[in-house]
Design a protein around this ligand. Structure first.
Ligand code: ADP
Length: 380
C-alpha cells in the first residue's frame, strides 16, 4: 500500500510517501513557514497544495492509497490508530486544550487532506496511545481528584509510536517473545523520554501531562520543584513567560548554551566547563530514571537507546552507562563506537543485561499502522 505520512505542526508540515510492502520511501519533504508571511503558504490548505505538486513530480502519477497522520494527543479515548471520520476529527479537536501547540495543527492537516483528496482514507496514529496501558499508580498524580476529573490532569506520556516500534525491534533482535519482554527504552532526541516496558507494554514513562516532565531535553527543563513556577509567578513572570522559559530556553540549551549534542560533546572535550556540567546533569538524571524503571519492570532484560542522541552519540551513551555500574551494566567500548544504522548490541559480554541501539522510524510505524487499519476496514 502507498501511504502518505503527514506530520503537521503549527508552522511546518513534514510528509513522506512509503510503500508498506517494499518499505521504499518514494517521496520525502517538508513545507515550512506556514502562515508566517514572507512568501510561505498562507495556511495548511495552501501547504497541502505544495505537497500535492511535489508528489505529482516525485511519484510520477503513482496513486496514493491512504494517509497516516501523526497526532500528538489521543487523551484517554484513543489507545489504537483510528480510521478518521468527522466524529474522530471532532474528538481530536476536543483534546486541543491538552496539546495546544500540536493537536490544532494535526486537525488542520486532516481537514486540508479531506478538502484536497476527499476519497482517500485517513488514519490517525496517536503519540500517547502506547502509554494507555500505564497502571493507575503510574499515571495518577498525588493531587485533588477534581484536577483529574475536571481538567484531565494525569500522566499521558508521549513518543509512543517510537517507543512501541523500538520495543518490538529490540525484542526481535534478542529473540524474546514481545509478550515476555521487559525493558527500559530511552528515546533521546531533542525531546527525551524513557519508558518502562513490561510484557511488551508501557507501564511507566517519564513525560507526563505534557512533554515537559521528566528528563533533561534539548530546550526543556524536565522535572523541577513545582513551587519554582509559583515562586516565579509571584516574582511577576507571566504564565507565558514561564512556559517559554521552561519549554524553549531550558535543558541543554540553558546549561551548555547549545542544544546540539555534537557541539556539547566537542566543547566538553575541549574543556568547556558549562558543557561538562550539562552532560553531567543530563546523564545523571537519565541514569537515575533508568535505575527506577529497572525496578518498575521487575528487572529489565535490556536497556535500549534510540533517536538522534541515542543512536549517534557514543559519548553520551558511555556517560550514562558509566553511572549504571550498580546494575552490572557495561558497554563494549568498540561496539559502542561503531557507526551503523542497524539495530545492534553495544554491551560487553559480561554486562548483566544487554544494551542495545535500535534506530527508530516513526514514519515507517505510522505508515504500517495506517495500512493495517485501512486493510482491516476494507475487509469488513
Ligand atoms: P527530534 O526530537 O527533533 O526528532 P532527533 O531525534 O533528530 O530529534 O535528535 C536530535 C539530537 O540528536 C540533537 O541533540 C543532535 O545533536 C543529536 N544528534 C544527531 N546526530 C548526532 C551525531 N552524529 N552525534 C551526536 N549527536 C547527534
Amino acid at each position: 500500500m502507498r501511504v502518505l505520512v503527514i506530520n503537521s505542526g503549527s508552522s511546518s508540515l513534514k510528509y513522506q510517501v512509503r510503500d508498506t510492502v517494499t518499505q521504499e520511501v518514494e517521496a520525502n519533504g517538508q513545507i515550512e513557514r506556514i502562515g508566517e508571511g514572507a512568501g510561505g503558504p498562507a495556511d495548511h490548505g495552501e501547504a497541502m497544495e505544495l505537497v500535492a505538486a511535489a508528489l505529482e513530480r516525485e511519484l510520477a502519477g503513482k496513486p496514493l492509497d491512504a494517509v497516516g497522520h501523526r497526532v500528538v494527543h489521543g487523551g484517554e479515548r484513543f489507545g489504537e490508530p483510528e480510521l478518521i471520520n468527522n466524529e474522530i476529527t471532532r474528538s481530536i479537536e476536543r483534546l486541543n486544550p491538552l496539546a495546544p501547540l500540536h493537536n490544532p495543527a494535526n486537525v488542520l492537516g486532516i481537514r486540508a487532506i479531506t478538502a484536497k483528496w476527499p476519497a482517500l482514507p485517513q488514519v490517525a496514529v496517536f503519540d500517547t496511545a502506547f502509554h494507555r496501558t500505564l497502571p493507575e499508580h503510574a499515571w495518577r498524580y498525588a493531587v485533588p481528584d477534581p484536577l483529574y476529573r475536571q481538567y484531565g490532569i494525569r500522566r499521558y506520556g508521549f513518543h509512543g509510536t517510537s517507543h512501541e516500534f523500538v520495543t518490538g525491534r529490540a525484542a526481535e533482535l534478542l529473540g524474546i517473545p514481545l509478550k515476555e519482554f521487559n525493558a527500559v527504552v530511552a528515546h533521546l532526541g531533542n525531546g527525551v523520554s524513557l519508558t518502562a516496558i513490561q510484557g511488551g507494554a508501557s507501564v511507566d514513562t517519564s513525560m507526563g501531562f505534557t512533554p515537559l516532565e521528566g528528563l533533561v531535553m534539548g530546550t526543556r527543563s524536565g522535572d523541577l520543584d513545582p513551587s519554582i513556577l509559583i515562586y516565579l509567578q509571584r516574582q511577576g513572570l507571566s504564565a507565558d513567560d514561564i512556559d517559554a522559559m521552561l519549554n524553549r530556553e531550558s535543558g541543554l540549551k540553558a546549561l551548555a548554551g547549545d542544544n546540539d549534542m555534537r557541539a556539547i560533546v566537542d566543547a566538553a572535550e575541549a574543556g568547556d566547563g558549562r558543557a561538562r556540567t550539562a552532560l553531567a546533569v543530563a546523564s545523571y538524571r537519565l541514569a537515575k530514571y533508568i535505575g527506577g524503571y529497572h525496578v518498575a519492570v521487575g528487572g529489565a532484560q535490556a536497556l535500549v537507546f534510540t533517536a538522534g542522541i541515542g543512536e549517534n552519540s557514543a559519548a553520551f551513551r558511555a556517560l550514562v552507562a558509566d553511572r549504571l555500574g550498580a546494575l552490572g551494566i557495561k558497554l563494549d567500548a568498540a561496539a559502542n563506537l561503531e557507526r551503523s544504522s542497524a539495530p545492534r548490541v553495544i554491551s560487553a559480554a559480561d554486562s548483566a543485561i544487554p544494551v542495545l541501539v535500535v534506530p527508530t522510524d516513526e514514519e515507517r510505524a505510522i505508515a504500517d499502522a495506517t495500512a493495517a487499519v485501512v486493510l482491516q476496514a476494507r475487509a469488513g
